[in-house]
Ligand binder design. Structure first.
Ligand code: TXD
Length: 320
């Protein structure tokens, strides 16, 4: 009789089972991509979410196992570790305090997760994104191509949406390219954003493009303002899911992600959003686009602010 070989199911650990983490678990399971381990410090909560998602299996027709836990041992042998743990900014809490709190959470999560999954690829979601990605890389001791931050793909998705809405064309035909850090200093590139291959600079006037860029820059902020108690999570979860899929299926998708630069774009020792080819080894390569002087300046200003915040985060951590 035929005995099938033992298989080793693909597994994604998600540290931080909040809005983004739990929605990502749902996306991964419903696309039937991998087994998911959801971990959080809150007792019972990740277990409850995992059970709820599992109860939907018969309706969503997927075969993924979803485990909820408070114990890193359950994340063992994950192929990908996603870090979505963090605290939201509380009323009266300064940005500095938030930075320190999230830095500690991310460092702890990285150290614990890497101990059980030394071969994993890390995708960081926690804000401030580029800084937290750097800290994850530092704490993990991994080669830089195995650590990346999710932001550029989300910022580009938002840009794409606003372009499609403005032109009244199908989103399917729109591609956007947004580089730089996640936040005010992101660098949308209209010349490299297209509708069926046609740069949007051929289809929209400068003032309209500026308006769409402004809305993209404020894409997260607009949602925070409406929501009041938290931020976006559907589009962030979809964006991360695309990255997970490209890595696990070795698709080599070309998407902007926060990557460690070693001279590319004239920048060194910083994580910032640039076009990356994502495959089974993580960041397979970084694409260096031809940028105009003003685009290069914008990217360098963005990188300078990330670098400043990395130093600041390290000082805060050293002082505790
Ligand atoms: O583009 C991007 N990168 C982002 C970033 C898009 C959306 C959200 N972005 C950031 O992701 C956001 O600013 C936060 O820093 C994270 C997570 O956002 P989310 O909206 O999911 O926050 P929640 O719902 O507050 O979830 C955070 C969870 C919550 O369940 C906590 O209990 C948990 O993190 N948490 C921890 N888990 C494990 N270990 C520790 N130490 C821990 N501390 C808190």
């Amino acid at each position: 009789s035929y005995i099938p070989p033992l298989c080793n199911p693909t597994r994604v650990a998600i540290v931080g089972a909040g809005k983004v983490g739990s929605t990502l678990a749902q996306r991964i399971a419903e696309r039937n991509i991998a087994d998911v381990v959801l971990l959080d410090v809150v007792e019972g909560m990740p277990q409850a979410i995992a059970l709820d998602l599992t109860q939907a299996r018969g309706l969503e027709h997927h075969d993924c196992q979803i485990i909820g836990t408070n114990d890193y041992a359950d994340t063992a042998n994950s192929d990908i570790v996603v870090i979505s743990a963090g605290k939201p900014r509380q009323p009266g809490m300064s940005r500095d305090e938030l930075m320190k709190t999230n830095a500690k959470i991310v460092l702890e999560a990285t150290k614990q997760a890497i101990a059980y999954s030394p071969d994993a690829i890390f995708i960081v979601i926690t804000n401030p994104l580029d800084v937290m990605t750097y800290l994850t890389w530092q704490a993990s001791g991994l080669p830089p191509h195995r650590v990346m931050g999710m932001a550029g793909i989300l910022d580009s998705a938002r840009f794409q949406t606003f372009i499609a809405m403005e032109l009244g064309v199908s989103i399917v035909d729109v591609k956007g390219m947004v580089l730089g850090s996640h936040g005010e200093l992101m660098v949308p590139l209209p010349r490299y954003s297209t509708v069926s291959g046609i740069p949007i600079t051929e289809l929209l006037d400068a003032a309209t493009i500026d308006r769409l860029i402004e809305r993209t820059r404020n894409g997260g902020g607009e949602i925070v303002e409406l929501m009041r108690t938290g931020g976006a999570y559907f589009a962030p979860a979809s964006s991360t899911c695309e990255m997970v899929e490209s890595i696990l299926f070795n698709q080599s998708r070309l998407v902007p992600a926060a990557a460690y630069l070693q001279g590319e774009y004239g920048l060194k020792d910083v994580f910032i959003g640039v076009p990356c080819r994502l495959g089974c080894r993580g960041i397979e390569s970084i694409l260096e686009l031809n940028l105009t002087d003003s685009e290069t300046t914008a990217l360098h200003i963005s990188a300078e602010s990330v670098r400043h915040n990395i130093e600041f985060a390290n000082q805060l951590l050293a002082a505790t």
